[in-house]
Design a protein around this ligand. Structure first.
Ligand code: FE2
Length: 390
């Protein structure tokens, strides 16, 4: 099998790494960046910290601080107007994304829409968007999406609520800063949801039909870092060691799935997020135990490796034992991290029932279920939506 690898050119990690933003911009050839962030980053003082470093280095910049959680195309278009207005009479020549996956995904979409125009739906899969866009420097403040190291962005179409998957070289950040200090303020709920998202990336990349020896190593390393540290960071947000492990683990998970793929959990999760406004990691978490149980018969050895990497079974344990341990742990993790069922989240049963066929259709259209070790039909996806309901 021929595997293809895509990575950022430069990743700088460690406590305090944000202070090196000016040097990083210089090395990437960016002299007038537009910062893409959200109001929470402003309130936490992170934007002031970032812009202080830029001002100290004499770098002119612009600011768009209105990205939305689970971004729609509408918010990307608002940023497009600021991008077009330029900076001190010259065009912006790069984007600095500061925030969670939503800010980074918004910047990636803008990096393509800005120079190339059109609508986001023009760029969704199966199209591969390889045209060079504006360089993006990603600074994640959650340990989840791994978006700082993926060639993927997800933007919702406001006209039909579809979470559009967009892929290609144009969406890979040129550089990233992983500074765990920026994740210390994450609330518990966000820590849990983003952490389970990262774990899902690692598991799905490892069992994916597109897995390669490179993505396997990234996925297994991600599981080793995330599994023992997610509960720690959830219960004690100031646990710096756990925060750093999660941030690096999430980045590895992003590299793994970006170079392999995600699978059925993500395929079924995006429509739940789009129709019922469930945060991305939470809708993954609602699905992960049931989809794992359903998929194991098609790849028992692979799932057993996941259990071993997560420290749930030793190397000598049988695949059957390891698979049971994995399902039990995913259920226990949801319980401890307070993940609700769809009914517990407050979703109306009638609407869930009505939308299942459309959700199944959108899941299949994204291509992700086709990468799952056990590939479902539309009817099987509908049955799985029934199973996770409550
Ligand atoms: Fe994800």
């Amino acid at each position: 099998m021929i595997a293809s690898l895509v990575l950022p050119r430069l990743i700088r990690t460690g406590s305090g790494a944000l202070a090196e933003i000016a040097d990083l911009l210089g090395r990437c050839g960016v002299s007038r960046p537009l910062i893409i962030t959200d109001p929470t980053m402003v309130q936490l003082g992170y934007v002031d910290r970032l812009t202080g470093h830029l001002a100290d280095a004499g770098i002119a910049f612009g600011l768009f601080d209105a990205t939305e959680p689970e971004p729609t195309e509408t918010s990307v278009i608002s940023a497009e107007a600021i991008l077009a207005s330029g900076c001190e009479g010259a065009a912006f020549d790069g984007l600095v994304a500061l925030g969670g996956g939503s800010a980074i995904d918004t910047a990636k979409a803008l990096a393509v829409l800005g120079p190339h125009g059109g609508r986001m739906r023009d760029y969704k899969v199966p199209r591969m968007v390889d045209e060079p866009g504006l360089p993006v420097i990603a600074i994640p403040t959650t340990a989840g999406t791994g978006s700082e190291a993926t060639r993927v962005t997800v933007i919702t179409d406001p006209e039909n609520d579809e979470k559009m998957l967009c892929m290609g070289l144009a969406f890979m950040p040129v550089a990233a800063i992983l500074d765990p200090d920026l994740t210390l303020s994450l609330p518990k709920r966000v820590t849990a949801d983003t952490g389970i998202d990262a774990l899902t990336h690692a598991i799905e990349a490892y069992v994916s039909r597109k897995a390669s020896p490179f993505s396997d190593q990234q996925a297994l390393a991600a599981m080793r870092l995330i599994a023992p540290n997610l509960r720690r960071a959830f219960h004690d947000g100031e646990d710096r060691e756990a925060r750093e492990a999660l941030l690096i683990g999430a980045c590895f998970g992003g590299i793994a799935f970006s170079n392999a793929s995600v699978a059925l959990v993500h395929g079924m999760s995006r429509p739940i997020g789009a129709f019922f406004h469930v945060p991305h990691g939470l809708s993954n978490a609602m699905l992960l135990p049931a989809i794992t149980r359903w998929s194991i018969p098609a790849a028992p050895k692979r799932y057993a490796d996941c259990a071993r990497s997560m420290g749930l079974a030793d190397e000598a344990a049988s695949d059957a034992f390891s698979n049971d341990a994995l399902i039990n742990e995913l259920r226990a993790l949801n319980e401890e991290l307070g993940v609700p069922t769809p009914i517990g989240f407050g979703i109306a049963h009638e609407r869930w029932q009505q939308l299942r066929p459309l959700m199944a259709e959108q899941a299949l259209a994204s291509g992700s279920p086709g990468n799952n070790p056990r590939v479902p039909s539309a009817d099987e996806i509908i049955a799985l939506y029934d199973e996770v309901w409550g």
